[in-house]
Design a protein around this ligand. Structure first.
Ligand SMILES: *Cc1c(COP(=O)(O)O)cnc(C)c1O
Length: 219
């Protein structure tokens, strides 16, 4: 079932859009089924769960941390994490740089933006992101690379609202690209879209969709 659902989602994705299978709370056996169906990118939102699963699953999996990350937990994923989606402070960015250096790695990250109307979501404003990008300590970082942006739309039925929110993230991406990442071809990712809204997100410019329940629960 998981294999069929992955295949049918993949069939709808344009070639430039990567599917991240969001496997939080799912048992390792579910992830193994997805892996056997060819899926290699998995997203988790808790550090401990990600580390535990990585320890027992094949080593060629790309692990994406998609949830909020506390600075004191960066060290646990720094040796192997593929992409950190939710960087929302200068302090966190500097800690990722420090832990990546200890592991002789460059860790790719996305800046998370607050695009939803709901109050509870984490994320930066464009102004805050610009301050981070011009910070001299950040510019001196050699072990962390900002490769794009991430955001979550509001949990509402109003398609126009969701579309507007995704559109605002695309605008933020273009703005940052033109102001701080001109000529940097690695700055190219827009992580937006989940089970309920990934088709809209793709229409609005997503390059990475984070899909959980449509794969693992068939919803
Ligand atoms: C859980 C989660 C997803 C996946 O949500 P589904 O609706 O299950 O597809 C995507 N992104 C983040 C940040 C999540 O926490």
């Amino acid at each position: 079932m998981i294999a069929e659902r992955i295949a049918s989602i993949r069939a709808t994705l344009p070639a430039h859009v990567q599917l991240i299978a969001v496997s939080k709370t799912k048992p390792v056996s579910d992830l193994q089924q997805a892996y056997d169906a060819g899926q290699r990118a998995f997203g988790e939102n808790k550090v401990q769960e990600l580390v535990d699963k990585a320890a027992v699953l094949p080593k060629d999996i790309e692990w994406h941390l998609i949830g909020h990350l506390q600075t004191n937990k960066v060290k646990y994923i720094a040796p192997f994490v593929h992409l950190i989606h939710a960087v929302d402070s200068l302090k966190l960015l500097l800690e990722i740089n420090k832990q990546a250096a200890k592991n002789n790695r460059v860790i790719d990250v996305l800046l998370q933006f607050h695009i939803a109307q709901e109050e509870t979501k984490f994320g930066l404003s464009l102004e805050e992101a610009q301050e981070i990008c011009i910070d001299s300590e950040v510019q001196a970082c050699k072990n962390v690379r900002i490769v794009g942006v991430m955001g979550m739309a509001s949990f509402v039925d109003d398609e126009q609202q969701i579309r507007r929110e995704f559109h605002s993230l695309k605008n933020i991406f273009e703005d940052l690209k033109n102001s701080h990442f001109t000529g940097e071809t690695s700055f190219k990712e827009i992580s937006m879209g989940m089970s309920g809204d990934y088709a809209l997100a793709i229409e609005e410019g997503s390059t990475m969709v984070r899909v959980g329940s449509s794969i693992f629960d068939g919803r």
